[in-house]
Design a protein around this ligand. Structure first.
Ligand code: FMN
Length: 188
């Protein structure tokens, strides 16, 4: 089983990268192969809304989204992590999610049945982690993926970090639970 983790932060080694990698390590221990991708510094053009993919199955832009498309198609499980920006996902995460519209073309839903899970990292408690998670969950649902939460014992809206990820013990517990729940969903 292959799990892809994507950080939507502009920081290569920030809180979101830490939390996504934390989840991937637990999945590796459970037997998964993992891949980490950071959107930091990536050149990903916003969707032009041209709908060319409907006839060609491809995007008109050949940019840093190309290897992400391949990684998404290859994975069985996908963890999206985003910092909370103004109560929501980062622009980087939103642009990336928009650009996956081509997976819904020519009568196919190419991410159908994959397992999706979200991690939100905010500076403050109630800073918008839940809405950030819901945005990523909605992306999974629109791609006909199966969404999991952070699982037992707490099972709330997904994994949520407050402040410095490495020092947020409860937040990291929700990340661990999320990873274990994904491992179970993948039959590991
Ligand atoms: C432009 C901007 C907007 C932010 N908005 C929020 C917010 O609405 N709520 C919140 O809790 N934290 C907010 N933060 C703080 C970040 O979510 C927080 O520092 C996060 O841990 C950064 O993750 P990173 O280290 O992976 O980049 C904001 C930070 C920036 C730069």
């Amino acid at each position: 089983m292959h799990v892809l983790g994507i950080s939507g932060s502009p920081h290569l080694e920030g809180n979101t990268a830490f939390a996504v990698r934390y989840a991937l390590r637990i999945l590796e221990e459970a037997g998964a192969q993992t891949e980490f991708i950071s959107l930091a510094g990536r050149n990903i053009h916003p969707c032009a809304g041209c709908h060319q993919h409907r006839s060609s199955g491809k995007c008109v832009y050949d940019d840093d989204m190309t290897p992400i498309y391949e990684a998404m198609l290859h994975c069985d499980g996908m963890i999206l992590g985003s910092p909370v920006y103004m109560g929501m996902v980062t622009g980087q995460m939103k642009v990336m999610m928009d650009r996956t519209v081509l997976f819904r073309s020519q009568g196919a839903l190419r991410l159908s049945g994959k397992i999706g899970a979200g991690i939100a990292c905010g500076g403050f408690r109630n800073g918008g982690q839940e809405l950030t998670l819901q945005a990523m969950h909605t992306f999974f649902l629109q791609q006909d993926m199966l969404v999991i939460s952070d699982g037992p014992a707490y099972s709330h809206s997904g994994a949520a970090i407050v402040g410095k990820a490495s020092e947020d013990a409860l937040g990291l517990k929700t990340v661990e639970n999320l990873a274990r729940r994904m491992a179970k969903a993948l039959g590991l």
